[in-house]
Design a protein around this ligand. Structure first.
Ligand code: CO8
Length: 257
């Protein structure tokens, strides 16, 4: 039995963490299942992924505290590296990933959402990195990504004081892009994913790679990253068709590659 389900819907894929009884908490098996599902996606066809949690209460309520409770230093390190490896894989997938956050996104759940390109949330969503209240630091990227997603001072306040924030405040700080009523969240995520999937796929992948590769390097280097990915789009069928259609004042044919 897998704790992660996958549904392909034409050009988009929906990944659901499905361990509802434990509020979708991430234990070793969930991380393994998530990695297996991510590895199994047909990236030649699928143009955008959505990650969400099963049920109406929780996206992911963190790493599994019960599993970690008796860990040694070496085991804690191994678990930390495991989660970081899977989340970094998600962050660097060739296609965009939308987190549809349908409730608690605490600890590893907040960290999973931050490894995605875009975050949208239901109105009952709660975000936080409460790890210092458990005697550990965030360990699936939270100490690094939270301060890259929202102002450093706010990230430090949330982490040092173990402060959770609701969807409205997450929106205010730019941690999420939009809030929807619970029942409208997944349809909204699918609508956005389909809009992304309707763009030129090589260009979308190039834009993701350019932004990911350029974000943490000095500007002169970052510009070279853009030059490379921009140039790579030329001579593709989609570039020819997209520009020809504009010049001919008509709608472009569906993008192909
Ligand atoms: N781990 C394990 N089980 C969990 C977790 C979790 N993180 N969260 C919820 N559960 C379980 C509960 O134990 C409970 O199980 P049971 O029914 O068997 O008692 C079930 O889910 C339902 O939870 P509650 O009864 O607590 O539901 P409430 O609505 O009362 O509360 C909360 C919901 C507020 C979300 C509450 O469950 C909670 O505070 N959960 C823990 C949140 C948390 O602290 N998350 C951070 C965990 S640490 C972490 O993520 C570190 C990541 C990096 C790891 C690095 C490795 C070294």
């Amino acid at each position: 039995m897998s704790f992660v389900t996958y549904e392909a819907k034409d050009l988009i894929g929906i990944v659901t963490i499905n361990r509802e009884k434990a509020l979708n908490a991430l234990n070793t098996q969930v991380l393994n299942d998530l990695e297996e599902v991510i590895d199994g996606v047909d990236y030649d066809t699928i143009r955008c992924l959505i990650i969400t949690g099963a049920g109406k209460k929780s996206f992911v309520a963190g790493a599994d505290i019960g599993e970690m409770a008796e860990d040694t230093k070496a085991e804690g390190k191994e678990f930390c590296e495991h989660g970081n490896r899977v989340f970094r894989k998600i962050e660097t997938l060739p296609i965009p990933v939308i987190a549809a956050i349908n409730g608690f996104a605490l600890g590893g759940g907040c960290e999973l959402s931050m490894a995605c390109d875009i975050r949208i949330a239901s109105d009952n969503a709660v975000f936080g990195q409460p790890e210092v209240g458990l005697g550990i630091t965030p360990g699936f990227g939270g100490t690094q990504r939270l301060m890259r997603r929202i102002p450093v001072g706010k990230a430090k306040e949330m982490i040092y004081a173990s402060i959770n924030i609701k969807a409205e405040e997450a929106l205010k700080w730019g941690l999420i892009n939009a809030i929807y009523p619970q029942d409208e969240l997944l349809p909204a995520a699918e609508k956005l994913a389909n809009r992304i999937a309707a763009q030129a796929p090589i260009a979308v992948r190039a834009a993701k790679a350019a932004m990911n590769e350029g974000i943490d390097v000095p500007m002169d280097e970052a510009i070279q990253v853009e030059v490379k990915h921009f140039s790579d789009c030329f001579e593709t069928a989609d570039q020819k068709e997209g520009m020809k259609a504009f010049m001919e004042k008509r709608k472009h044919e569906p993008f192909q590659n």
